[in-house]
Each structure stands twice: as C-alpha cells, then as structure tokens.
Design a protein around this ligand. Structure first.
Ligand code: UDP
Ligand code: MG
Length: 320
C-alpha cells in the first residue's frame, strides 16, 4: 500500500474548496482503478481565513463519503502561503506528496499523469509550469520575465519561469524540504535548491474557479525581492563593486583636476556638476546601505527563531 497526500493551503477559499474536494474525489476514484494499492489523504491548511473555510474543512472531515482521509490544521492568523505549505508538508504522511492550490489553477486531473511518471520513470519529483503568460497584464509578464532572468543569473537554485507550486514529490524530497526550516520561505527557491531529479510538465494556465487572487502587483514585487535576498548574495557584491568603481572614478577625477589646475589655473566653475556628483554618490550610498539593510533584516528575523506558523486547532477524519 502506498499513500498519496495532497497539501492544500487555503486562505478564504470557501467557494473554491468544496469544488476542489469533489474534483479531487473524482480523480481519486479514477486513480484507484489504475493503481488499486494507492490510498489518499488530503491535508488542508487553513491560513487564518476570515470566511467559512474552516467550517467547510471540519464538515469535509466528518463526511465519510469521500474516497480519501482528511487532516486539517487551522492557523492562529494568516501566516502566508509559504508557511501553510510548510505546515502541510510537516503533517502529510504520504509516500508521495502533492502540493496544490485550492482554486483549481493546479488541476487535480494532472495527478494520474504525474503519479505515473514517478511510478515508472527514474524521477523523484514532477513539477509543473504554465505554458505561457496569456491572460496576464503585459507589464506583469515583463517584470516576471526579468525577475526569472535575474535570479537565475545570480542564484544557485534553479528557479524556472512560470513554475507553479504544483508538484508531486517522493518522500525523500519532502524530507529534504522539511530540513530547510528557515523563517523567510521562498518555496520556488527551496524546491529548486534541494535538487533531486525533476521532470517538468507544462499546461495551459487556468483561471481560478471562484474568489480572487490574493496577489497585488506590489505584493509580487516585494515577494520577488525577498526571493532574491533569500537565494543570492549578489546584490551585496554589486554594492561593493559599485563602491570600488566610484573610488576609481574619484581618483581619476582628482588627478584630472590637479593637472588641469596646474596647467590652466583655477577659475571657479563646476558647481552644478559638483551637485550632480554629490547627489549621485549620495544615492549610491543609500542604495548600498539599503541592500545591506535587507540582508541584515532577514538575518535579524532568522536569529529570533520564531515559529513559522502557530496552530489554533487541528483535526482529522475518522474514515479511511
Ligand atoms: N494562500 C494562502 N495564504 C495566503 C495567500 C494564499 O494559503 O496568505 C493560498 C490560497 O488559498 C490558494 C493558494 O495559496 O490556495 C494560491 O493563492 P492565490 O490563488 O491567491 O495565488 P495565485 O494562484 O494567484 O498565485
Ligand atoms: Mg491561484
């Protein structure tokens, strides 16, 4: 017998969750026909929802008609999707673990195909990416592409453009991810950093079934910066290099001015250019201090060793 767990982070998903559960149930019964030795578990993580998500979870756990068991965890407040994923992975018991969204943007119908790959081929991990960025505002796509270009240049973690957090992993991969107990969690980087043999499959992007995405442009932008700080120290190097470069430029200008004064005398001129230079250098200094501050802030948060999430309630279904 092997067990497949699906980890579902949920934040205000009262509309999507019931649809997801019934779709997942269909997929389970189909998969049980092909692989009679497979059983299923759903780990629902309520990330401090303010709507009826929690009671839907509790009811689902009490509903014995599903072909899978349910384990649910409810946070004391909203800790974010990354924390919810971590909690879900910690509580999942499966030999195979899938991470997927509640809004059906990660179609459960792909699971049989993903499981088949892990079952028959030499892979540890099946990951998904969207085929293209259709239906997304062009400016957002542009920023996204720049971000992926940049982070892959400056980081060792393999972070794939358009990668979704929808994955099916074997147990060793899950255990590896759980050893990364950092407070600032950037899942896309963590998945890439642990390595293992990963097969990528792509699918057409689907819109969420109900509700709204919780991502605004600003949130995405800050998330991208967090990702860079979490998985690369290159910005620090750039700040240092910029400093060295400016020192050389200054040295060159000093020599230039000395030679010019000796040759042509010292007519008082150049105040506007002086102001430009002072402003420029002030800007570069602030930028560098800012970069330094970002890393210091993350270090500060990490050294506090705060828990990644706090559980308010949890439970599981009695049916198997
Ligand atoms: N989510 C969460 N905590 C949050 C925000 C989102 O657990 O603070 C969950 C959400 O319920 C969904 C998944 O993370 O299952 C993806 O969220 P969303 O659909 O808003 O993101 P998108 O698909 O637009 O990237
Ligand atoms: Mg979504």
């Amino acid at each position: 017998m092997s067990l497949l767990s699906a980890v579902i982070p949920c934040f205000n998903e009262e509309e999507s969750l019931p649809l997801f559960l019934s779709e997942f149930d269909n997929v389970c019964s189909r998969m049980k026909e092909s692989w009679p030795n497979l059983s299923f578990e759903v780990v629902l993580v309520d990330d401090g929802s303010t709507d009826d998500t929690l009671s839907i979870m509790k009811n689902a756990a009490g509903n014995s008609s599903y072909g899978f068991s349910i384990r649910w965890i409810s946070f004391s407040r909203n800790f974010g999707k990354e924390a919810a994923l971590y909690a879900g992975l910690q509580h999942a018991k499966g030999d195979y673990v899938a991470t997927m969204d509640a809004d059906m943007q990660d179609p459960p119908s792909l699971l049989p195909q993903m499981y088949e790959i892990l079952d028959t081929e030499d892979f540890d991990n099946v990951a998904t990416r969207r085929k293209d960025r259709k239906g997304e505002p062009p400016i957002r796509s542009w920023f996204a592409r720049q971000f992926y270009n940049l982070i892959n240049h400056i980081s060792k973690a393999d972070i794939v453009d358009g990668a979704r957090d929808f994955r099916l992993m074997k147990r060793p991969v899950v255990d590896a991810i759980l050893t990364m107990s950092e407070y600032n969690r950037f899942s896309k980087g963590i998945f890439g950093w642990v390595g293992f043999k990963t097969k990528w499959i792509s699918y057409e992007n689907v819109d969420r079934v109900a509700g709204n995405s919780k991502w605004s442009f600003l949130k995405l932008f800050v998330y991208a910066l967090d990702g860079i700080v979490a998985f690369s120290t290159t910005p620090l190097t750039i700040a240092s290099l910029l400093g060295i470069l400016l020192c050389f430029i200054a040295l060159f200008m000093v020599i230039f001015i000395i030679v010019r004064t000796l040759t042509f005398g010292d007519p008082v001129a150049g105040w506007p250019s002086l102001i430009c230079i002072v402003t420029f250098i002030g800007g570069v200094q602030l930028l560098s201090v800012g970069i330094l501050g970002q890393y210091l802030a993350k270090t500060y948060l990490e050294t506090k060793h705060r828990p990644i999430y706090i559980v308010r309630m949890s439970g599981e279904s009695s049916n198997e």
